[in-house]
Ligand binder design. Structure first.
Ligand code: UFG
Length: 325
């Protein structure tokens, strides 16, 4: 199949591209490189520099290539930044996505896989979150993703667009090749910050809060390997060949680890101490976020391969020892 990967130079998008190429699919990457890295896309993969809000470039792209499906990874994704500058989030994540959807409609492309997030749930009302859990985002980032989920439901009813929104819990790890990995500027995520602290790059790790109502007082998250997210996207496109509608699936391993447990695992994997200190809570962090992914397993046939936290950390560690960007 031939895919347009919007945001294919970003963390999850670049792993998706690699996964598709390894599975003999044809790929064009479309990325404005505002947060992604050109080095994350292999030289022999077609790359178009552009923004999904740019109707002219999109039109040209769709006139040149005949895509079977689009995968959409372009988004601003920092919760704190979204609170400070919501217009940026609504413009990039909502308005620009509408431009992409309109261009797809004109080009007659009927399948889309959209990157959504656990942030659509806000403060969860149960420890394990399945797709029936109410959505109630508590920040503009989560709102922007939920808005597009709703647009996709309407787009199916009105135009027959088939879509799957995949709500990632905590994307983590790196491709075992060590060629691509997680690199954000600024970096806010636990695992990269923790591994940089191990390597002595930057300040020691700050643990945001140890007084939550969890087993050891630190926040609990469900870490899912980035290549397992990639496999879910391809299964989602295959699912849309047989099924019509706008679907949503939660993606996680179904097991939560506290920040302290992640630190302990990182010490096992690296064989080194993780310098860290307790800091105040970070605003907007729910105490526990753990997915039920039974739907994705049942309906998509999804089976995470790197489900053990130490293995996820090990893949991230290999990247952090020799980051290329
Ligand atoms: N944490 C630290 N120190 C750090 C970074 C993180 O203690 O330097 C803690 C956080 O407070 C949180 C946990 O580690 O308890 C995980 O934090 P991340 O920033 O790695 O990930 P989040 O759970 O905040 O983010 C994820 C997704 C977002 C989504 C959010 C919903 O990456 O896309 O869940 O709450 F919006």
């Amino acid at each position: 199949m031939k895919f347009l990967i919007c945001g294919g130079a970003g963390y999850v998008g670049s792993h998706m591209v690699r996964y598709l190429v390894e599975n003999q699919h044809d790929v064009v990457v479309y990325d404005d490189l505002s947060t992604g890295h050109r080095e994350a896309v292999a030289d022999d993969v077609a790359f178009v520099h552009g923004d999904i809000g740019d109707a002219v470039t999109l039109w040209r792209l769709f006139a040149t290539h005949k895509f079977d499906a689009v995968m959409h990874f372009c988004a601003r994704s920092l919760v704190g930044e979204s609170v400070v500058d919501p217009y940026q989030y609504y413009r990039n994540n909502v308005a620009n996505t509408l431009m992409l959807l309109a261009a797809m409609r004109e080009a007659g492309i009927q399948r889309l896989v959209f990157s959504s997030t656990a942030a659509v749930f806000g403060n969860p009302r149960s420890d394990t979150i399945d797709e029936t859990h109410p959505t109630d985002p508590i920040n503009p980032y989560g709102q922007s993703k939920l808005m597009i989920e709703r647009v996709l439901a309407d787009a199916y009813r009105a135009y027959g667009l088939r879509s799957v929104a995949l709500r990632y819990f905590n994307a983590a790890g790196a491709d075992p090749s060590g060629i691509i990995g997680e690199s954000h500027h600024p970096e806010t995520h636990l695992i990269p910050n923790l591994l940089r602290a191990v390597l002595g790059n930057g300040p020691g790790l700050k643990v945001f809060g140890d007084d939550y109502d969890t087993r050891d007082g630190t926040c609990v998250r469900d870490y899912v390997h980035v290549n397992d997210l990639a496999s879910a996207h391809l299964l989602a496109v295959e699912f849309l060949e047989e099924n019509e509608g706008a679907f949503t699936f939660n993606l996680g391993n179904g097991e939560g680890f506290s920040v302290r447990e992640v630190i302990a695992a990182a010490q096992r994997v690296t064989g080194r101490e993780v310098p860290h200190a307790i800091a105040p809570r970070r605003p907007g962090d729910p105490p526990t976020l753990v997915a039920s992914s039974l739907q994705a397993r049942r309906m998509l046939g999804w089976q995470p391969r790197i489900g053990v936290l130490d293995d996820i950390l090990d893949s991230a560690w290999r990247w952090h020892l020799q980051p290329r960007y």
